[in-house]
Structure formats: C-alpha cells, structure tokens
Ligand binder design. Structure first.
Ligand code: SF4
Length: 97
C-alpha cells in the first residue's frame, strides 16, 4: 500500500466527522445535522472523489486540520495526537427538562 492508501485506510467509515459542527465560546460541538452528501444508511460520502469541490467546507484531513479538533476522540486519525481535544457530542449540555 502507498502512503495515500495507508492514510485513507485508517478511516473506519463511522461517518461521525460528517455531521455539522458549531463553535461556542471556544469549544466545538457536534450537531445532529449530517452533511447532505452523507448517506446515512452506509455512513459513506456520496461524492467522495469530488467532496472538496462538491461540498465547500469539506476540508482535507491534514495534520493542521486535525489539530482544529473536528474528529471524534476515538477516530484513528487522532490516535497519538498529543493534547487532542475532540468536539463535544451533540447532546452534551442539553437541558434534561
Ligand atoms: S470520524 Fe474518523 S473514522 Fe469516522 S468517518 Fe470520520 S475520519 Fe473516518
């Protein structure tokens, strides 16, 4: 496998990074809104090969983007990233009332 294929193979296709995120007071939160290009039955992107042009805002996963904290804490791309802070789950902080 080449380096690109090795990098791509790390993804477990959970689809969780493909949910919209919001930032509030310096913290990143997942929302319950999936990207419109995400197939919820397979967790796969329906425009994967053209995702960066078909969906402005879909950013390539490079170390600089990963450091911004947009991937869940158990994502293989953030394993071993010192001090990594994952987004908060969508339901965190919701009022139970
Ligand atoms: S969160 Fe990580 S493992 Fe899940 S789809 Fe995104 S990149 Fe792949």
């Amino acid at each position: 496998m080449n380096d690109h294929a090795d990098w791509e193979a790390r993804c477990r296709r959970c689809g969780r990074c493909c949910f919209e995120k919001v930032e509030f007071e310096g913290e990143v939160y997942y929302t319950e809104t999936p990207c419109e290009k995400l197939d919820l039955s397979t967790n796969l992107c329906t425009v994967y090969d053209e995702r960066h042009t078909a969906r402005p805002g879909c950013v390539p996963l490079d170390p600089k983007v990963i450091a911004q904290g947009i991937l869940p804490e158990d994502c293989p791309y953030v394993e071993g990233v010192a001090g990594y802070r994952a987004p908060h789950p969508a339901d965190e902080g919701e009022d139970d009332a």
